[in-house]
Design a protein around this ligand. Structure first.
Ligand code: ADP
Ligand code: MG
Length: 416
């Protein structure tokens, strides 16, 4: 089953073609990052306008790439007139006929942005008379580590979860052919979301905990801004923590240099799975102000240590909670998803947390837990992940999506 999926919840306009929920034929992402870098964050109205400008081109590009792949269009990538061929009526008809359904991220997201993707999806569904499958954006992130690309034997990365993948800025996921095993624990860590789910089957989730204030990615973005680094903050903090800067002789930052607060870890909070990063943000603010008082040279020298300590503290907080949840629920697999799951320190620490020690079963035997994370291109917002969810939704209840009249975009979608 081939699904054309559309994502426009925040600052990426995306379209993808995914087969049977796992095989990514085409994945087109138009990122607005450069635009939002100017303002240090996403301005909703600006984002909505960029979506409106980009959606047709992104869809056209996705359909064109797919047309090339199946031989309907002659332009194979790399040809001198690559991208110049118009999709004629006949070619479009052939491409369209191969598509079984349209999926779209229905929410949550910025309303103006959502409307662009949802309107485009509804229009195609109506015009082509294909079912429209609305998908929850976060549910998409949960499925991201199951994806693999059509042309790759695997999605890339060695899939051993040792966190050494992706150093080349390319991949790091493990979308192999194996069947996933339930129950699994999934930690979503993105700019807007920070949740811990126990997933017991397709579409069956228990929300174990979530952030009470900022999501981990948001904390990365805000702290990067305080440090005078660019947007998005996560990769910037990772870069300076790993490589240092001129002022410190390009030495990697020391993650243990500054002891920073970890919220919701003690007393009555020790056994729950909610997160809070606003206290850490305030502590960072104080630390940065204190360092700045000492002079800009002092501050520049300290910057890699500050970045590394912050990065370590966020990762440590997330993983302590994840480990506790694993001890309690004994999952067969652990997945991390969302933009922050691209973080290399998080991946390394995740591997370390579960590799040697492994949570113990009731009888004290180590449990086998598989660790998975998405290929880097599927960590941040993308449409392929939506195509995966939509497939499993559809095969579970095809009747529900049998006509387009049933599907009315409704951004107030509730999580299960
Ligand atoms: P959202 O759409 O909710 O903002 P995304 O899944 O698009 O989330 O992820 C974007 C977030 O991921 C940003 O907050 C960004 O700083 C963070 N991020 C991206 N790469 C990294 C990284 N290497 N380390 C830490 N955070 C990262
Ligand atoms: Mg995003």
């Amino acid at each position: 089953m081939l699904i054309l999926s559309i994502e426009s919840t925040c600052d990426e306009t995306c379209a993808a073609l995914v087969e049977d929920g796992r095989i990514v034929h085409v994945n087109v992402t138009y990122s607005q990052i450069a635009e939002h870098n100017k303002t240090g964050g996403v301005v909703p109205e600006v984002a909505a306008r960029r979506h409106a400008e980009a959606i047709t081109q992104v869809l056209e590009e996705a359909l064109k790439q797919y047309g090339e792949k199946i031989g309907v269009l002659k332009n194979v990538k790399g040809n001198e007139n690559d991208g110049n061929e118009e999709i004629g009526k006949e070619s479009m008809k052939k491409i369209m006929e191969g598509i079984d359904a349209i999926a779209v991220a229905q929410g949550p997201g910025l309303l103006g942005c959502l409307m662009v993707g949802n309107n485009a999806a509804s229009a195609l569904s109506l015009m082509w008379e294909k079912p429209l499958i609305p998908v929850h954006h976060i549910e998409g992130h949960l499925y991201a580590s199951w994806l693999r690309e059509k042309d790759d034997e695997r999605a890339g990365g060695d899939g051993d979860g040792d966190g050494d993948d992706g150093g080349d800025g390319d991949d790091g996921g493990d979308g192999d052919n194996r069947e996933v095993e339930f129950p699994m624990l999934i930690l979503t860590v993105s700019g807007g979301h920070n949740q811990l789910f126990l997933m017991e089957g397709h579409g069956k989730y228990k929300l174990l905990g979530e952030t009470l204030d900022d999501a981990a990615g948001e904390a990365f973005d805000k702290v990067a801004r305080m440090l005078g680094l660019g947007y998005p903050g996560g990769p910037e903090i990772q870069r300076i923590a790993a490589n240092g800067n001129e002022a410190n002789g390009f030495k990697p930052g020391d993650p243990f240099k500054y002891e920073l607060p970890r919220a919701m870890m003690k007393n009555e909070h020790a056994d729950e799975f909610n997160f809070s990063f606003s206290g850490l943000k305030t502590a960072m603010r104080t630390l940065i102000l204190n360092l700045k008082v000492k002079g800009s040279n002092e501050f520049d020298q300290a910057l890699p240590d500050v970045a590394a300590s912050f990065e370590y503290t966020v990762c440590d907080t997330l993983l302590k909670k994840l480990r506790k949840a694993a001890e309690l629920h004994g999952p067969k697999e652990i997945h991390i998803a969302g933009g922050v799951s691209a973080n290399l320190r998080l991946r390394k620490m995740l591997e370390h947390t579960f590799a040697s020690k492994g949570p113990k079963s009731d009888k004290g035997k180590p449990r086998e837990i598989e660790i998975h994370y998405p290929a880097l291109k599927f960590c941040t917002d993308n449409a392929a992940m939506l195509g995966s969810v939509a497939y499993f939704r559809y095969i579970a209840d095809p009747e529900k999506y049998s006509t387009w009249e049933n599907s009315v975009p409704n951004v107030g979608l509730k999580f299960h």
